[in-house]
Design a binder for this molecule. Sequence first.
Ligand SMILES: Nc1nc2c(ncn2[C@@H]2O[C@H](COP(=O)(O)OP(=O)(O)OP(=O)(O)O)[C@@H](O)[C@H]2O)c(=O)[nH]1
Ligand SMILES: [Mg+2]
Length: 252
Amino acid sequence: MPDTSTPTRALRLGVAGPVGTGKSSLIATLCRSLRDDLRLGVITNDIYTDEDARFLRSEGVLEPERIRAVETGACPHTAIRDDVTANLIAAEDLERDFSPLDVVIIESGGDNLTATFSPALVDAQLFVLDVAGGGDVARKGGPGIARADLLVVNKTDLAPYVGVDVEQMVADATAAREGRDVLALSRTDETAVAALRGWVLGMVAAHTSGTHVPIDPGPMAPHSHADDQGGWVVHTHEHEHEHSHAGGAPSA
Ligand SMILES: Nc1nc2c(ncn2[C@@H]2O[C@H](COP(=O)(O)OP(=O)(O)OP(=O)(O)O)[C@@H](O)[C@H]2O)c(=O)[nH]1
Ligand SMILES: [Mg+2]
């Protein structure tokens, strides 16, 4: 009998959230706190550069070859949700080159509140907000805020300077998430960093034991945009994974 108790691949952990909320810095912090215990790889997504990968390599958080960059060339959500091929190939390459890995962390390019990872790409995902984006953002909801596996309220050290009540922001986020996990984090807060580390270790254990079931935080709201041929693509999202692609003008 084959041994089915060990997973065939690493946990793939997505990190998404608006531009500049601290995703790369959080990944650097995570790598530093986990690299002695887990075998790690990182994939970054930027629109036109590999800047985030270069930042992480320059921080020396992992050996440089373990950090790969995907250049999306389009809105970041297209590469983490609509067509995950480039990221899947990068994840498989990393896992092959450094077999076995425990975790592959995938950073989305900074995007808007609707962007979440497809469960075809990641097993679990973090959504990162920061206090500097305003205390009311947590109340605004959206799939990442409401249903990511963990919501991080980041840069809490800045709260006094931007007039944000962190406890209130966390309470609002917890209400929007119907009680799912929320973590107030600053890279200088050792207790919070330890809690983040513990959360990831728990997720790895759940993945390894097969008790974690990846969820889709939900697709973006129905929308339409022009396609390469001058027609329109209408994403109706009537139910999960269903896209209707229509030529001509948008009908809804
Ligand atoms: N004060 C404070 N600043 C932070 C913290 N984490 C990140 N920053 C700063 O926030 C800025 C953006 O951080 P990044 O980690 O590049 O953010 P990002 O979400 O990866 O940005 P994009 O990939 O461009 O969307 C940088 O100037 C960081 O130094 C934190 O905990 N506290
Ligand atoms: Mg980044």
